[in-house]
Design a protein around this ligand. Structure first.
Ligand SMILES: NC(=O)c1ccc[n+]([C@@H]2O[C@H](COP(=O)([O-])OP(=O)(O)OC[C@H]3O[C@@H](n4cnc5c(N)ncnc54)[C@H](OP(=O)(O)O)[C@@H]3O)[C@@H](O)[C@H]2O)c1
Length: 290
């Protein structure tokens, strides 16, 4: 089934998501929404991305999101904007019963709570995915395993991002530290040394986080586990924003017919279960027909 989709935010990441949506046979990109006052409003999407099908989309104003829904009747919305804009748009979308994928990062606890309340109140589906790429999710699960296997090794996280990145450290680095601190038996966000600068030595269970902001870097996350005699380092290096778009499309497929609040981990778990079931069904079929 083809899913009628709306994209909110046509910035660095939104543009790549638009390119993948418009070329995907599973999605019909019927609406692209920009910030009120943006020079993009009212202009054709073709001016910003090139594609060779006949889909004509005129960029709408977020201020008119409610009318845009009434005209286009999309089922899912994908958001790569900024926290305040996401919340404002999410209220309108939830009232209309639209399911949402949120790739935007930087929400505080109150804002996150507000999103969860919208899901409960309007019975919509929402994927909250501050780490939307498959690779980063894989890194997360690998480092959690390592922390269980070598709990006595020191952990230091280094992350690099482009010069305009607003969050520092990145949400991803904080999530890695948060999940590792739980495994190491510490309270969440305790004993984090963010940009270490004091003259005191590293405490045994302390997790260091170091941020580099430089050029157009799409994103690098390194997690170092160091013992007395050796070290292991896991690195995820993003070559392009296409990995975020790929994750966003997976999340949109997943949520198109579901209600409730989900994470990217749920999207990927579902995908793996679906793949395993297909393999098992194929094996059964072959056994019965031989
Ligand atoms: N989950 C992940 O793995 C992942 C990956 C990459 C990025 N992100 C996050 O996604 C967000 C966007 O990142 P980016 O690098 O694409 O930033 P960006 O280039 O600044 O793009 C954000 C876009 O949102 C637009 N916008 C602002 N308010 C809006 C509104 N009310 N309605 C519609 N559009 C609105 C902005 O318009 P103007 O240009 O007119 O201001 C801009 O085009 C950030 O929070 C970033 O951290 C997450």
């Amino acid at each position: 089934m083809i899913t009628k989709t709306c994209l909110l935010g046509l910035g660095r990441t939104g543009t790549v998501v638009a390119e993948q949506l418009i070329n995907s046979p599973k999605f019909d990109l019927v609406s692209v929404v920009a910030k009120p006052g943006s020079s993009r409003v009212g202009r054709p999407l073709r001016e910003f991305i090139s594609y060779d099908n006949d889909n004509e989309v005129t960029i709408a104003n977020a201020y008119d999101l409610s009318n845009e829904f009434e005209q286009k009747r999309f089922k899912v919305a994908i958001d790569f904007t900024a926290p305040e804009a996401t919340l404002k748009n999410a209220h309108v979308l939830a009232e209309k019963g639209v399911n949402i994928v949120i790739g935007t990062t930087g929400f505080n606890n109150m804002q996150l709570h507000e999103l969860k309340k919208l899901v409960e109140e309007y019975k919509i589906g929402l994927v909250y995915a501050p780490n939307i790429s498959v690779g980063i999710n894989l890194l997360l699960s690998m480092v959690k395993t390592m922390a269980r296997l070598i709990p006595h090794y020191d952990v230091e996280i280094t992350e690099t991002c482009h010069r305009d990145e607003k969050d520092s450290p990145s949400g991803t680095a904080l999530q890695i530290a948060d999940e590792l601190s739980v495994i190491k038996g510490m309270a969440r966000n305790q004993k984090l040394a963010i940009g270490r600068k004091s003259s005191s030595t590293k405490e045994k269970s302390e997790i260091g986080i170091h941020s580099i902001r430089a050029g157009g870097n799409v994103g690098v996350h390194k997690v170092l586990f160091a013992g007395e005699a050796d070290e292991i380092e896991i690195t995820h290096r993003s070559y392009s924003r296409a990995i975020f778009a790929e994750g966003a499309l997976k999340a949109a497929s997943f949520i198109s017919n579901l209600k409730g609040f989900f994470h990217m981990e749920d999207v990927l778990l579902f995908e793996r279960m679906d793949r395993d079931l297909r393999v098992a069904a194929n094996r059964l079929y072959l056994n019965f027909n031989n």
